[in-house]
Design a protein around this ligand. Structure first.
Ligand code: SF4
Ligand code: SF4
Length: 286
């Protein structure tokens, strides 16, 4: 095949300052060759790389993504960030698999500052693999719109996934096989059981307790107004469910069903019938 028609992937590497970046630098100084279409971003530690960064890169059309850090037990920070990177990448591969993206498009490697040749070899091998896979979505049989939709809906679940997998994400154990830390079944049920929280307008008393406790200000709150959860901001932590006083019981956890539509803005004022007729519960106007 002529080099003119050859697919040139978009590839991104996020690499740590102390080791992998040093390896990349030595690779350049030593004039070892690797494809120029690989772009590198330097971060202080591979443990700084988040699920969100990787999904964002794929959402922006990256065909292959590389995370590089110091060899295990060589991390410059305490606790060692490369364990966090291992767990995060392992989880991310399963998330990619869940939405139909080939997990081979994401790769994690350790490179020391003295391993310029190793850096070049990894880049060459990985770029060949991505060239072989082709553009993101093509080998997966997904068109651009479907791909974007799947990545965006997974990105919305990231805070929930990180909360649910907090312990595994923080695991630092040299004896653990991180490639087997998460199973496909585990991720499938985690996603299918993702809860949503909804405030019943007929029960909400606008006491504001939930809005004060919500860690991300996802509850639209105003005095004497039925409270409404902004589903785009909600991280599904469940705090509002436990915060709502039992005598009101206005927050519901919903799994696997569509949420009732939110009450329109103009119909959220609570008419406190209870003040006029004892024994009746208040309800929103409308
Ligand atoms: S589930 Fe958590 S993030 Fe969502 S509205 Fe309730 S308190 Fe806020
Ligand atoms: S805590 Fe319950 S009753 Fe109070 S504002 Fe929130 S949902 Fe409404």
């Amino acid at each position: 095949m002529s080099s003119e028609g050859k697919f040139k992937p978009k590839m991104l590497g996020i690499i740590c300052n102390w080791c992998c970046y040093g390896g990349a630098d030595l690779c350049g100084v030593s004039r070892f060759q690797y494809p120029t279409y690989i772009r590198l971003i330097r971060v202080m530690c591979s443990g700084r790389v988040d699920l969100k960064h990787i999904l964002l890169a794929f959402a922006n059309g990256v065909d292959g993504m590389f995370v590089g850090g110091c060899h295990i037990n060589d991390c410059h920070y305490n606790p060692e960030g490369n364990y966090d990177a291992m767990s995060m990448v392992s989880l991310c591969k399963k998330l990619l698999e869940h939405i139909g993206i080939n997990p081979k498009r994401l790769r994690l490697e350790w490179v020391s500052a003295g391993e310029g040749i190793r850096f070049a070899n990894i880049m060459n091998e990985f770029s060949r693999e991505i060239e072989h896979l082709g553009p993101l979505g093509k080998s997966e049989g997904l068109d651009a719109d479907e791909l974007k939709k799947r990545i965006e809906s997974m990105a919305k679940l990231i805070p929930y996934i990180k909360l649910a997998k907090m312990k595994k994400l923080a695991l630092h154990n040299i004896d653990e096989d991180y490639t087997k830390l998460y199973t496909s079944d585990e991720i499938d049920s985690l996603i299918s059981e993702a809860p949503s929280y909804w405030i019943d307008p007929d029960r909400c008393q606008a006491c504001m307790t939930c809005a004060r406790r919500c860690p991300v200000e996802a509850i639209i709150s105003a005095k004497n107004q039925v409270h409404v959860i902004d589903q785009d901001k909600c991280i599904r932590c469940g705090t509002c469910l436990s915060a709502c006083p039992p005598k009101f019981g206005a927050v519901t956890r919903i799994v696997g069903e569509p949420l009732p539509p939110p009450l329109p803005e103009g119909k959220r004022t609570i008419v406190r019938k209870g003040k006029e007729k004892a024994g009746e519960s208040p309800s929103p106007a409308g």
